[in-house]
Structure formats: C-alpha cells, structure tokens
Design a protein around this ligand. Structure first.
Ligand SMILES: [Zn+2]
Length: 615
C-alpha cells in the first residue's frame, strides 16, 4: 500500500511540475493554410526582464549560408493578457524588440514557405526550408517557423501541430502525444527543436531495423514514381555497410529519413539533403527508380555519416552554434570533405560498388575540383565561406573529399594498412562528442598525437597550406594511375558542364572550359539552354534518363541533334537553334581517367586491399 501512495505522490508532484513548467507553447494549424501562409501562435514563457528581443535564425547549422529566416515572416503581432495589441520595434530582418516584456502573453505572425516564394535571393536550399502545399505536403523546418527570445534558447518548447486527419507527421522527436488531429511535441530547448524537421502528408512510410537501431523512411512522391518501399531497399543496403564501417553498431537508437521527391525542380536550382542528429531531409528529383537508386544511395550515405561529423566531432563554433552571429570553423575539410569521401568508401569497401565505378567517383571529384581556385588554403576558405570565399564553398564536396582520400591512404601507408580515416574518426569520437567540442586551432595537433608526425606535415602543406594535393602520388601507393590520354579516345557528347537556369527551370550549359572536340564541332555556347536532346524534350527530372540513355548506346557515326535556346544578350529574346553533328571519338579535354596498374606490386595490392577491401 505504501508503494501505491508513494507512486501517487510522485505522480502528483510530476504533474504539478509539468503545469508550472516555464516553456514556449507554439501552435500551427496545417488545415488553415491560405495563400501558402501559415499562422504561428506563441503563448510566451515567463519573461522577467523589461524588454526582450524575439529572433528567428539568420543561419542554421549545416547550411553554411546566411539565409535570414525572418524574411518570410509578416503580420507580426504582440498581445498582453487582455488581448490588447502591444507595440514593438523591428531591429533587423530577423529580430523584434518588445518593451514592457513582463506584460506579454502571446505573439502571432504569418510565415510564408521558402520553396514557393516571391522573396528573392538568396533562395533557401529546399532541405533547409519550408513547403506549405495545402492538402498535399508540409515540410516544416522548425527554424522557418519558430524563434526564441534572446538569452532564452534553453527554455523548453511545446509545439502543437493541427493536421488534416489523414496526414502523418514524420519526425525524429520521440516525446509526442497525438490526440485527435493534434500532435503535441515536447522538446528540451531550441537547439533540439531546430535539429528536428517534420514532414506532414498522407503517409508512405517504411520502418527498418538495423541492429538495435530503428529507422523510419517517409517518402512524398506526388506522382507515385517512387515509394518508401523501394527507397528503403536502397538505404538498408547502405546502412548495413555503414554499420560495419562504424564498428558493428550504429551509434543511435532512432533515425528518420524525410524524402520529398519533386516533379518540377526547386527555386534554389539544386537538389540534395540536409543533415540533423537523428534525421535528414531530402529534396530530390522524382525520376525513374533506375536512376534514383544511386542518387539515393550516395546522398543518404553522406547524410547519415554526418552523425560522425560534425554532429559528434566538431569545433566550439558548431557545438555552441550562434544562430544570429555565426562564426565559421576552419575544418570544413572534416565536416563535409571526409563525410563525402566516406560515403563513397563505405560503398566499395563493403561490396555495394565495383572498383571501376568507385574510380569514376574519384575521377569526378578530380574534375569537379578543377572548377575552383586551388591556390586558396582550405582552412582559410572554410573560415571565409559565408563571405569572401562563398563561391568556393562547394569545393568541400570535391577537393574536400580528395583531402579525405589522401589522408586516408597516407594513414594506411604509414600504419602498414592497419589505421585509416575510419579508425581515426572512431578515436576522435571518443576524444570529443556531441557535447564536447574541440578548439579550432588544436585539432591538427590532436590528430598528430593520435597518428603520425607526417600527418602534421600533410595538414601543414595541403590543408592549411595551398600546395596542390598529392592525389597522383597517393593513388600510386595503392597501384592506381592516371591513364595515358593518347590511347583513350572515347565517344563524348561534348565535355560541357550542365546546370539549371532557375528563372526558366531549364537545363543550361554553365561552363565550356573542359569542352572537347565534339563539343566544338556541334557548336555549344556557354548559357545555351538545353531544350531537346536526341529528339526528346529535356527536363530536370528526365535528364539522366535521356542523356544517360543516349550515351550508353552511342556509337561512332550516330547523329546527335540538340535544340538549344540561345540569347544574344541579357535583354534579347531566346531563339531556338538546332545543333547537330555525327559522333566521333575524342580525347577528353582534361583527362583524368584512373586505371589500376596491371603490374602493381604485392605491396601496392596489399595496401589497396587495406584501403578499399578486396576487388
Ligand atoms: Zn554534408
């Protein structure tokens, strides 16, 4: 009996605690989305100072771009307990100052979604933004809707989402109660809230069990081109490989993939994903599953590996992230570079990719990095990636990944195969962690302590310094060389770089620097929009199918007809022009074809096996 009373008292006390708890209480009604806007209401926590500043983030972790989420807020109002409107002052695009703060009871404002907005650049990369498609889909990145009072990011949050009754909200938050069509989430602080995007729609979900880890995959594919079942098959193979890579156990209990497949492309002109501690949000083309498969594998491997870094190995600037006055760390080579590298390595090492396909991945990093300035120190670029080196940021996925590869091979070489980047990351995770940051200036010394003095020289020369990376030398250690271009003529469609013109949503030739003789023969020009390719209308979503399909079957003598849209100047109209030429073998303009040595030594072969497994 005593036991009963004790538990009764305990229950009573905990209930009392719950009701007296100071917290933010936000409500959003997804059934009342008008003109792509949602009303956000906040019952404020106790405010003890005379004036307060309410903020939405200027930047969020993982985006490396100033986006000013306050831009999407309108009709901002402050009320006291009698429901009377109070005055406020707008300090900047993300901040509202309110005096007589002790009287504040409620804030309300409207938020427009970032995916479909008149608000001009910088456009928000879709996985870090918001999508309000009434009756169809809502992508709610909390930083797009919910803010905090200055100095009060540590106060708990309650978020009430009123949803259409047939909708399901996928999210990594576990403290959620659903009553009728209201989902109520309890979150310990702003950092945890911001780290947990939600996607609401009619559910298409699959749950995977990988060891002890439960993985939820939620997919929105408007035209049902793909499904959570198909995507989960791709992801599970990669996750099993990642489990092995990480030492046999995934270091988290629950993980959520939120995947939006777009049929039209997005305002930012890119697709991809953004990482969080227990989830990742994807914005990818709704394309034929045959072509979607490898994209899903690559992107999901990359995002999941972010649980290693920066989520568990990071500098103070990330551990104590300042949403409104961001300081950038020097180590993007680590956060994005080694993550991108490991996402390819895990696929070849555990049997999900062939050696020739993996060498193509490295080749693409080598040619991709040529579009950037190689004479800038990578640590300096990292520190300046919001400002002077903004246009160099994307090199983290190219040269950053090659830094990871060179470091890995160098470590394997010095340790006679026993120790590589894989082991280094385990050691760094033990030294640091989710709540233990490193100091930017101490990281290299710490890595040298864990490894070899030569690694200090490596960082000094190639990461802090600006010497060209020793890619060729490192690959030679594992018996792989650059093919002699003279014997390597091949059929090509021109050696052009293709991007997206976000104004017209058409594919466009963005760079002709590496254009080969066929490209010159057919007559491409920079900024030509690609309208038809080999008789087929070209869109963002079918480009891989149309161009890739053509390349696969192309042979010498076949005629290629391309219809391009060309403008004489910025102000003139686009004219359709037909370009045609017969295919002939050409030398790639910048040849970097990698081939395994036929006469590799036993030492090289052993090191190759230690590096990427047996092939
Ligand atoms: Zn990343």
């Amino acid at each position: 009996m005593k036991r009963f009373i004790l538990s009764f008292i305990f229950f009573f006390v905990s209930t009392l605690f719950l009701y007296s708890e100071n917290r933010y209480e936000f409500s959003v009604d997804l059934t009342k989305c008008v003109k792509d806007k949602l009303l956000v209401e906040l019952m404020t926590p106790n405010l003890n100072s005379n004036e307060v500043i309410y903020r939405l983030p200027k930047i969020v972790p993982g985006t490396y771009e100033i986006l000013n989420f306050g831009r999407f807020v309108s009709n901002f109002k402050v009320y006291d307990s009698l429901g009377t409107e109070m005055e406020f002052e707008k300090l900047d695009v993300n901040s509202w100052k309110i005096i007589n703060a002790k009287k504040i009871k409620k804030l309300s404002y409207e938020v427009e979604d970032t995916w479909d907005t008149e608000i001009k650049e910088p456009y928000v990369f879709e996985p870090g933004g918001s999508n309000f498609e009434a009756g169809k889909n809502f992508v709610l990145n909390p930083h797009c809707l919910f803010g905090f009072f200055e100095g009060m990011k540590g106060v708990p949050y309650q978020i009430n989402i009123i949803r259409p009754s047939d909708f399901f909200g996928a999210c990594s938050l576990t403290d959620v109660v659903s009553k009728g069509n209201v989902d109520t989430y309890s979150i310990v602080d702003y950092k945890e809230l911001q780290d947990a995007p939600m996607m609401y729609n009619v559910p298409d979900t699959t749950v995977l069990n990988i060891g002890e880890t439960q993985v939820l995959i939620s997919v929105y594919s408007l035209n049902k081109i793909s499904s959570s079942k198909f995507i989960s098959e791709q992801i599970s193979e990669i996750l099993f490989a990642q489990e092995e890579y990480l030492g046999g156990v995934l270091p988290i209990k629950k993980y959520v993939y939120l995947i939006y497949l777009t049929s039209t492309g997005g305002i930012s002109g890119s697709s991809g994903a953004l990482e969080h501690s227990y989830s990742s949000m994807y914005f990818l083309p709704e394309m034929d599953q045959k072509y979607l498969s490898q994209t899903i594998r690559d992107v999901s491997a990359h995002e999941f590996f972010h649980i290693v870094t920066p989520l568990n190995i990071h500098a103070e600037q990330i551990g104590d992230f300042n949403f409104n006055d961001p300081q950038m760390s020097k180590h993007l080579w680590l956060y994005e570079g080694t993550t991108e590298y490991a996402s390819g390595l895990v696929q070849i090492k555990y049997g999900n990719m062939s050696l020739s396909d993996y060498l193509k991945v490295i080749e693409s990093k080598v040619s991709g990095s040529k579009g950037f300035n190689d004479s800038i120190s990578f640590t300096l670029m990292s520190e300046g990636c919001l400002k002077q080196y903004k246009d160099q940021y994307s090199n983290v996925y190219q040269k950053g990944a090659l830094i990871g590869m060179c470091l890995d091979i160098q470590l394997r070489y010095l340790s006679k195969g026993k120790y590589g980047l894989q082991e280094l990351m385990v050691d760094l995770s033990k030294t640091y962690g989710k709540n233990k940051s490193f100091k930017d200036d101490e990281l290299f010394d710490q890595i040298v302590k864990l490894t070899y003095p030569e690694i200090g020289d490596f960082f000094h020369n190639y990461v802090e310094g600006n010497k060209p990376l020793p890619v060729k030398e490192m690959l030679e250690l594992v018996g792989i060389g650059v093919a002699d271009a003279s014997g390597n003529k091949q059929i090509s469609i021109g050696g052009i770089s293709i991007g997206l013109n976000t104004a017209t949503n058409r594919l466009m030739i963005v760079n002709t620097e590496a254009m080969d003789d066929f490209g010159k023969a057919i007559g491409y020009q920079e900024y030509d929009e690609l309208i038809k390719f080999n008789g087929k209308k070209l869109t963002v979503n079918n480009s891989q199918e149309v161009i890739g399909g053509f390349v696969q079957n192309a042979k010498e003598g076949d005629e290629l007809l391309v219809v391009v849209g060309r403008r004489k100047s910025d102000t003139s109209k686009t004219k359709k022009i037909k370009l045609k030429a017969k295919l002939f073998p050409v030398l790639p303009a910048a040849s970097n074809n990698l081939i395994p040595f036929t006469n590799a030594t036993d030492e090289q072969l052993k090191l190759r096996t230690d590096w990427i497994g047996k092939h």
